[in-house]
Design a protein around this ligand. Structure first.
Ligand code: SF4
Length: 337
């Protein structure tokens, strides 16, 4: 069952300057992104910083308004709504409950003046989950236990907890309203390495238990591989490759994906043969992105056409899409042979 479909999504942020704050340019954070989320499935989004992966998560939960494109939400009754247009009040409330987000920095995401009880009770009360406050408090205690903390912690304040514990509290708050989709934006990158795997395992356990879907955003290929059923690789606001997790890691098609894998020490032995594509320098600025394939300034395989024409995504294997002229030529050649 589908929960969300993103089509041709664009998000541009204006750059303003001068006394009257005129718009003098645009940061093109998302450019024509497509994405489907099915019930119970984890989609990993990977790419270097500035590729647009966090903007994508924030645009889906409506922190940002999209510049163009559509985000269709399939409600629990099977009705379909485009959330980029105004939603009826009841549908808006259902969407806000159904789609929750866990942010990167657990130090910023919890209000320091509120007790843990009040932090977790906030969405529960907003969505009127319980008529009885005592029952709601017992539910909060159960949630804390579920995320590996003690119910007594409900009386404490965020500053009394470590980063890993705070992220557990943020997760408890997010799952308190039983969302069908949880968007995790780099949920482990601000944590000690020793704590990261605990949070990953917690999210996996919760997903198994509740069958919620996850969008897992990370720059860490290892983590994304272990979490995801499907992975999309982003670069300068574009989706360059999208495939089932095992297919992407067994047969990465796009030169950028290959370079990402060759750059990770733990993947190096497996992908040494791909070492010819090295990630050197920084990605170009999204204020002034290059024409054609966004990866062409760093790609050792670039063809004449690459700096002029943005490649279309082609299916190189079932459900495995890749946007690269070279790969498209190879695929067409193989199909003819
Ligand atoms: Fe390299 Fe061209 Fe493929 Fe882009 S389209 S990744 S520049 S070969």
């Amino acid at each position: 069952m589908k929960i969300l479909a993103v089509r041709n999504l664009k998000k541009y942020f204006p750059i303003r300057s001068g006394v009257f704050l005129q718009v003098t340019g645009w940061v093109r954070a998302l450019q024509a992104v497509d994405l489907d989320i099915e019930q119970g499935v984890t989609v990993g989004i990977v790419g270097e910083s500035g590729c647009g992966k966090s903007t994508l998560g924030r645009t889906i939960v409506k922190i940002y308004e999209p510049t163009a494109g559509s985000i269709t939400y399939h409600d629990p009754d099977g009705h379909v709504h485009d959330i980029t247009r105004g939603l009826p009040r009841k549908v808006r409330a259902t969407f806000r409950r159904d789609v929750q987000m866990v942010f990167q920095n657990p130090y910023d995401s919890l209000d320091p003046r509120m007790t843990i009880r009040d932090i977790i009770r906030e969405p529960i009360d907003t969505h009127r989950l319980f008529a009885d406050s005592k029952v709601a408090d017992e539910y909060v205690g159960g949630l804390l236990t579920k995320v590996g903390l003690y119910p007594e912690y409900a009386r404490r304040y965020p500053h009394e907890f470590s980063g890993g514990q705070r992220q557990r509290i943020a997760i408890a708050r997010a799952i308190s309203v039983k969302p069908r989709l949880l968007i995790c934006d780099e949920p482990t990158s601000a944590l000690d390495v020793s704590v990261q795997s605990q949070i990953i395992n917690l999210l996996k356990d919760l997903q198994r238990e509740t069958n919620m879907s996850l969008i897992f955003i990370s720059h860490n290929l290892d983590v994304v591989y272990h979490m995801s059923d499907r992975i999309i690789v982003m670069y300068l606001g574009h989706v360059l490759e999208s495939a089932p997790s095992h297919a992407l890691f067994d047969r990465p098609a796009h030169p950028y994906t290959q370079a990402l894998m060759a750059a990770v020490p733990s993947w190096n032995p497996r992908y040494r043969k791909l070492g010819e594509v090295k990630l050197e320098g920084e990605p170009p600025s999204p204020i002034n992105p290059p024409p054609g394939c966004p990866f062409h300034p760093r790609c050792p395989h670039r063809l004449d056409v690459c700096d002029r024409v943005m490649p279309e995504a082609v299916e190189v294997a079932p459900a495995h899409l890749c946007a690269c002229h070279l790969v498209a030529d190879d695929t067409a050649r193989k199909a003819k042979a």
